[in-house]
Design a protein around this ligand. Structure first.
Ligand code: ADP
Ligand code: MG
Length: 331
């Protein structure tokens, strides 16, 4: 199989979306955005042994590379429409590609996106997905709209993917990086939930779209709760008080992890792909209701203030946090 067989056989499918004028097969794809809509465009790269382990099942990998990109659309309240897939593959292994592509198309359908093009090259396993989506004109959510007095909300549960990563590190017994051995005390059910959170993140698409016109600021949590909250604070030129005890996570984590480890996973762990957003207190009931309609849990975890980020525990003490999140260029 060569590159062109791969494209024809595995990637080129009949597309039934009228917004796609021309899909895979020419020098460029052609799409027709809807009148009165804003186009939102974003890209996330995933590299082997940096964002995923080389033995990750291809089904999970295909899900994840789409999900993390769809999550950026969710954060803007956009409806995802089209994706381009840049793929570097060490070889064209038909058994692996069969599994990968089946999951890719299944997941794409689930998220309502169509694969309209990309590029394929030989190299160390890596993916770069460009995603495009739409919102009604002028309504897309941003990081920059948070106002003093806003509630800070988060969807789902935080820190599970970070625990999942620690569990995987434990299994792999890498010499340079060991997972938290305390996690062996975690119930099998919780371990499974954490591994699932890491492998199969669920972007909060319905919630993001429901928050248009309600949330003042939003973003998805990919690099750690505190670090991503700081992005909203910087963009909005405000501060925040974050209530550590209000952050939704697996209750069992508190029993097995040290406070330091708990914070590393819950405050600073990455890969959650939950939504972090702010809104005026008068919308509390609306937000609970719309989240319920989306089948997503939401929790109020703090308040926007004039300046500085203060993390407070249940006793009202302010915490120092040295490791805020994952920064690829930090030491
Ligand atoms: P070109 O040489 O003009 O860049 P290619 O031979 O790279 O064209 O690609 C041929 C067609 O296959 C194009 O429509 C391109 O978008 C599509 N394509 C190539 N690789 C991928 C991929 N990994 N995912 C989706 N479409 C792809
Ligand atoms: Mg090309």
């Amino acid at each position: 199989m060569n590159e062109f067989d791969f494209i024809r056989h595995y990637l080129q499918k009949q597309l039934h979306d009228p917004s796609i004028v021309l899909g895979i097969g020419d020098d460029a794809a052609v799409v027709r955005p809807e009148q009165g809509k804003d186009l939102h465009i974003s890209k996330d790269m995933l590299l082997v042994n940096r964002h995923f382990f080389d033995d990750m099942p291809p089904e999970d990998l295909a899900h994840k590379i789409l999900a993390v990109n769809v999550s950026d659309m969710a954060a803007m309240g956009a409806t995802p429409k089209w994706v381009l897939l840049g793929a570097a593959l060490p070889q064209l292994d038909s058994a692996w590609l069969e599994r990968f592509c089946q999951s890719l198309f299944h997941t794409a359908q689930q998220f309502g996106v169509s694969l309209i093009g990309g590029d394929t090259t030989r190299g160390e396993l890596a993916f770069s997905v460009t995603i495009m989506g739409e919102t009604p004109q002028g309504l897309g959510l941003r990081r920059s709209g948070a106002k003093v007095g806003d509630d800070i909300w988060v969807s789902g549960q935080i820190g599970l993917a970070a625990v999942g990563l620690q569990l995987q590190l434990l299994q792999k017994k890498l010499p340079e990086k060991r997972g938290f051995s305390e996690l062996t005390a975690l119930s099998a059910h919780s371990q499974q939930a954490c591994l699932q959170a890491l492998a199969r993140p669920e972007p909060r698409l319905a919630l993001g779209q429901a928050l248009l016109k309600i949330a003042h600021a939003a973003q998805d949590i990919s690099d750690g709760l505190v670090q991503d909250l700081e992005h909203i604070l910087r963009a909005s030129n405000v501060g925040a008080e974050l209530w550590e005890h209000a952050i939704p996570t697996l209750p069992e984590l508190q029993q097995v992890l040290t406070p330091q480890q708990w914070r590393q996973c819950v405050l600073a762990g990455g890969d959650d792909y939950e939504l972090l957003f702010t809104a005026a207190p008068q919308h509390r009931d609306d937000i609970r209701l719309l989240a319920q309609n989306c089948g997503t849990r939401v929790s109020r975890i703090g308040q926007i203030t004039q300046q500085d980020l203060k993390i407070v525990n249940q006793h009202g003490q302010t915490l120092e946090l040295n490791q805020k999140g994952f920064d690829h260029f930090a030491h």
